[in-house]
Design a protein. Structure first.
Length: 364
């Protein structure tokens, strides 16, 4: 692909931002009322949000935290991870997962993606599981593409499911957030629903729930000498936002799917590709497109010239963070080098969606 093969519109258009949070008057009203009533600590509003989360996703226990990294950390502690334990995860797993592994002094074992997929290669997963003698694994629904953990040999492993990008998914075959004993969901500003920053841990296991609560500051007065408690608490005004956001999840998902269908059609009429396989079930939290050329800078210049914000599929895949050999992760490297995410937030206008779809078709 060369600069000459990209057709640019002559008329200057208004900038389309890559991302804007989906906030409503009800969201702002809920937060304002919480602040007026001076609910600034972790209190009854947080408890209400946790109860709403349980009800929505049919779990017995939901424990809120102040970040995705803290949720991963508490999940690992609840499963009894020890220093030196090996944990399997995708090279495209969130950086928060890697941070949590470092916090418990465990060892990450990265798995390359399957070709033309957002998810780990099952054969390589099994090979690395056997070679590393790993005892734990992470799975996440990258970009909102649903992953079935049943497709992987997880015998002998304790598994954590991250359903951040698939929250609210409706599937006949994959029970998102309920495939494992403990699961987590991020709630940061760029996620499907948000509390500003934060996450939720869900489980049906009372022992795990009680263990997680015991590690959090403020949930238990009992302390063991020399043992730390973690100030990982969400606060009430964040929870107030989360309650309102949760009530609109269905509307958000429906809008994202409509936008995604327009993009899917545009990709089919172009020389680009995307790895979404199940458009009826995927949630399209982000929408990556892949170009045939490896010149990603040219794609960035193209979208910048037509005033459409895009982002790389990840700031840096984990195999690069850990300075591992790029050649051992060819599929993750391909998605990183050739992939770009285009805007797909609910308050994009119909005209904006059409502009983006047209821009996709004009890349040859």
């Amino acid at each position: 692909m060369t600069a000459e093969t990209i057709q640019r519109p002559l008329r200057k258009e208004k900038e389309i931002e890559f991302f804007k949070p989906t906030l409503s008057r009800e969201d702002l009203k809920g937060v304002l009322e919480c602040l007026v009533e001076e609910h600034l600590a972790c209190g009854e509003i947080v408890a209400r949000f946790e109860k709403s989360f349980c009800h929505t996703f049919k779990s017995k226990y939901s424990i809120s935290t102040n970040s995705l990294a803290s949720a991963y950390h508490l999940a690992l502690l609840s499963l009894g991870v020890k220093p030196g334990d090996r944990i399997l995860l995708s090279s495209f797993a969130p950086i928060a997962a890697l941070d949590a592994i470092f916090l418990v002094q465990a060892k990450p074992v990265l798995v390359d993606l399957k070709r033309n997929s957002f998810h780990p290669d099952p054969e390589e997963f099994l090979r690395k599981k056997n070679e590393s003698e790993a005892r734990f694994a992470f799975f996440d629904h990258s970009f909102g593409s649903l992953v079935s953990i049943a497709n992987y040999n997880t015998e002998g492993l304790e598994v954590v499911e991250d359903f951040t990008e698939a929250i609210g998914a409706n599937s006949d075959t994959i029970a998102c957030g309920r495939q494992t004993k403990v699961a987590i969901c991020g709630l940061s500003a760029e996620n499907m629903i948000t509390t500003g920053n934060g996450a939720m841990i869900v489980t049906n296991d009372s022992n795990i729930a009680n263990t997680i609560k015991s590690w959090k500051a403020g949930h238990s007065s009992k302390r063991t000498f020399g043992e730390a408690k973690y100030d990982y608490n969400l606060v009430d005004y964040q929870a107030a936002l989360g309650i309102e956001q949760l009530s609109k999840l269905g509307v958000i998902l429906e809008r994202k799917k409509k936008i995604a269908m327009a993009y899917m059609q545009a990709v089919q009429n172009s020389r680009l590709e995307t790895y979404f396989q199940n458009p009826n079930e995927d949630t399209f939290q982000r929408f990556p497109i892949l170009v045939s050329s490896q010149n990603s800078d040219e794609i960035q210049r193209y979208f910048k010239s037509i005033h459409i914000g895009i982002q790389k599929t990840t700031e840096e895949p984990l195999h690069r963070v850990l300075e591992e050999n790029h050649l051992e992760y060819p599929n993750a490297e391909r998605l990183y080098q050739r992939g770009h995410c285009i805007p797909i937030y609910p308050n994009l206008t119909k005209d904006n969606v059409q502009r983006i779809a047209t821009a996709i078709r004009r890349i040859y």
